[in-house]
Design a protein around this ligand. Sequence first.
Ligand code: COA
Length: 261
Amino acid sequence: MMQTHPWSGFANAHVFVAGGTSGINLGIARAFARCGAKVAVLGRNPEKAANAAAELGPQALGLAADVRDPQALGAALEKAVEAFGPIDVLISGAAGNFLAAATDMSCNAFKTVVDIDLLGTFNVVRLGHQHLRGAGSSVLTISAPQASIPTPLQSHACAAKAGMEMLTRTLAVEWGRQGIRVNALVPGPIGDTEGMRRLAPDDESTKRTASLVPLGRYGTLEEVANAALFLSSPLASYISGTVLNVDGGYSQGGAMFRMGA
Ligand code: COA
């Protein structure tokens, strides 16, 4: 008997991707669109949101709102639900970052990244929850290695992402009885992203970063998207509260590996 592919279940599903107007999150949105999903992407910049939706095709919607603004975010979620119906897959990936030592950062600079990454994620999943279809829906947050690896010049991102991962695991417990799975993805160094252009801006730092990955290279947008499809699909029906590294082993490197052993 012919088996249907587990990802064929995404055909006409409503996938809402906060932060989906660029980078890793746009890569994830593309993968769901290719599976026939109706994809809503949300970002701060209206032009980028419109361009992303145009690229994703006729079943896509571009929405502009800041995840730090619950009212604007709530209105955007309502627009998406009006267009595509209840949400099957809710993804929270909006993030902000810059390199700065703690002593070179104002209190507001630290707060800004916590506001976007941690509080913004709470806003997306809290306000998105009421629009989920229900049992079988999947919630995915996009974290970073900084959540578990203390990283110089990244105290704001380390603190925010660590909080985000604990929020994700806690909601997996709170929402489990509703049949809603909540997981986090942790992309390591991924090529062709704004994040890596900022964190490793030149050839030398790119080479050095790649050398810290046990697999010896940056990952691709598609490799992260594959993990997002898996975690949101029936193949992962018993997986909730997981924090999944998609990083070529980067977060397992350890001191000896980093010294070139
Ligand atoms: N070093 C130190 N402080 C910095 C900084 C840096 N490189 N960049 C921003 N800040 C400070 C600002 O000075 C400000 O603090 P102040 O009010 O005390 O002066 C605070 O952070 C907020 O900055 P602002 O630019 O007003 O905030 P914003 O909400 O418009 O944007 C970011 C914040 C993080 C999104 C912004 O840095 C940005 O646009 N980043 C590029 C996009 C990005 O980060 N993508 C994700 C990659 S993972």
